[in-house]
Ligand binder design. Sequence first.
Ligand code: HEM
Length: 579
Amino acid sequence: MEINRNTIIKDLIESHPETLAVFRKYNLVIAGGVRGPNEPIAFFAKAHEVDYDTLVKELNEAIEKGGGERIEIPKLEEDKIYEKFVKTAIILTLTVGVAFGAIILSYIAIKLDFNSIYYALIQAHGHAQIFGWVGLCIMGFALYIIPRVKNTELKNRNLVNVCYWFIIAGITLRIILQPLPVRAIRLLLPVSAIFEIISICLFTFIILQTILSSKEKVGIFDKFFKAGIVWFLVSTFINFGMMWYLYKHAIYEIPKNVFSPFVHLYLFGFVFMFIFGVNIRTVFAFLDIKPVREKAVNLTFWIMNISVPVYFISHMLADSNVVALRLSQFIVFPIAFAIIVFIYGLRIFERSTRELHDVVMDRSYAKTIRTAYIWLIVTIIILLVMPFLGHGSELQRRFHGSLNHAVTVGFITMMIIGYASKMIPTFKGIDMHSVKLSNMTFILLNIGCFFRVFSQILVGINEKPLFYAVMGTSGWIELTALSIFGYNLWKTMNTTQETKSPVTQKITVVTKDTKVFDIVDQYPETLQVFLDFGFSQMANPVMRNTMGRVASIEMATKMHNVDMDKFLKALNDKIVSKK
Ligand code: HEM
């Protein structure tokens, strides 16, 4: 099999099992399910920082040495450690998360009053979203990604289930009990927080043991993961303190001056550190840009981790202490600066290196990752305006709600969607169920988020019913977007390679009736022939997977005015050269 930059790793492993040893040597077959990664070699080489030419040379040597006789194919396992975390996160966000949020928002819009809502319900929604949706997604991905970027095994895998059930029990108890005015069972509120503490301590133990067991050189992303874990632990203990306070004082709402800065400590501390860590390790390959500017992202690391606790404490004390108030107004500037430096360091809006311009692969996730950073810039702008709006004023509260939404939906949720759409198909060695649905999610979520963030600001400036109406619809648009995403990702997670590729007749000679898809599926190296003859749309895996399944050579050559006999000869020559 002739290896070129678009050769799909799983196809090469299938026809030349002897290449598996080379891929293993470069830590390359760590994902991709039972048949191996469904990725072009050139992309994988960049993503794993392996020199492409060296890799291809060694693969060809292995094939030469393989010398024809068939050898045993070592069993590749599909690791589904992330699946139940991600599936539960989808269920939670589509029910008590976004659906509940959309209902609350419509109620506020009908009442034309943000204070018309029982705030304990909003806090229950908030907890379901930050621990349920975001927390579970990060835990699931971290359990899969961290052992692989650290080239080691996940330690204490047997504890993962315990970790999962404790966090689910904790979140469920919390979101049901906090708004529920039943005194007799209020002791279960601090109990719910204890369950979450046990789970997050187990998660910390598993991840730190795994990182410490690695012999890989320490990467710049390592400390972001470790800092993220520290803030996850700190958040869960603060959460216990808040639950104990509710129980002790027999009240239902956590004081706003504690809950709101707590949400930001969780987001800027735990969530940002994990997202930044994964971005540093992967974005350069995903977006085909240069590796990060290490000095810049290092600076971000220190400024963020010093500023976050100052932000939390100063905002908590701002109502009662003028020094704390001034500090809470000042601290947003270093945080904004740190995030801008990170965006510069990550090169997220810089031109592509075009190193992978000739590589054929689905890149629909790229716009989602970049758009997430546009929403992060919107978040920073709102953050910088807020100190100039009267402390605790209704206007400042509206801006605060918009900031929350820009960061939780615009940046974090968009990032989760971008990465899940790239990573989960990679984990499984298949394509995303539907790129069309991914694009629908992208468009609808941006429309919904735009409506929410800017109409809520306008409501703060002028309480016009029109602005309330636009805001009230935004939640339903976002619910539709996330439901489409949930369905699309769930279908992808439920697809296995076996189910993905029904066995078709082995092609020995390509004829005018042969389906385009079958040729490329059975002989991936023929893709180059199609491209050479001008069938550029064959570069798009979706086109191959859809049109390619119905179009025969005769139809394709007719449609594109290509000399069929000449094309058939080129294809058959390629197939014969493989044998
Ligand atoms: C996508 C659809 C969503 C809708 C319709 C929605 C709706 C709402 C509403 C109406 C409020 C109260 C008003 C306000 O404070 O602005 C709220 C607050 C909140 N939401 Fe959401 N939300 C959504 C997504 C999210 C996500 C993805 C997260 C977190 C990852 C989240 C976390 C929160 C938090 C923590 C609060 C309370 C903030 C505070 O009081 O400081 N929401 N949400």
